[in-house]
Write a protein that binds this ligand. Structure first.
Ligand code: IDP
Ligand code: MG
Length: 132
């Protein structure tokens, strides 16, 4: 079965939205195969966000992503990588459609509630990175 790496970011936990977001994932028919709370450090974020590490907003992302625990999850289902990206909504919070997780909850692009792998290949890399 296809798997993806999903991470609820610190704002989702601070705003008590875990239950709401997991309910949406389960209602869609996907399975939470594993999950754990983690506190991230800069080293793992530099790996995970290597593609944005040279952007001016990166220091703010590190500060935010280390500001509290995240919920790391392995989510399983048919075409789940693409399907989760659709449930999540667009990266830029003002472009995320109503009805998507980011569209309904994100209050900025930096603090946009949820991460989801962007390809099957990256999903396996990210699952290994966060679950070993
Ligand atoms: P994604 O999370 O939708 O896959 P990426 O382009 O991989 O988006 O960027 C990773 C994360 O970096 C985003 O989720 C967002 O939190 C942050 N980010 C991306 N672009 C911007 C920006 O222009 N301003 C602030 N934060 C950004
Ligand atoms: Mg990405």
């Amino acid at each position: 079965m296809e798997r993806t790496y999903i991470m609820l970011k610190p704002d989702a936990l601070k705003r008590n939205l875990i239950g709401e977001i997991i309910a949406r994932i389960e209602r869609k028919g996907y399975k939470i195969a594993d999950c754990k709370m983690m506190t991230l450090d800069e080293a793992i974020l530099r790996e995970h966000y290597a593609h944005i590490a040279d952007r001016p907003f990166f220091p703010e992302i590190v500060e935010y992503m280390t500001s509290g625990p995240v919920l790391a999850m392995i989510v399983e289902g048919e075409n789940v990588v693409k399907g989760m990206r659709i449930l999540m909504g667009a990266t830029k919070f003002e472009e995320a459609t109503a009805g998507t997780i980011r569209g309904d909850y994100a209050m900025s692009t930096g603090q946009n509630i949820i991460h989801g792998s962007d390809s099957i290949e990256n999903a396996e890399i990210e699952i290994k990175r966060f679950f070993g």
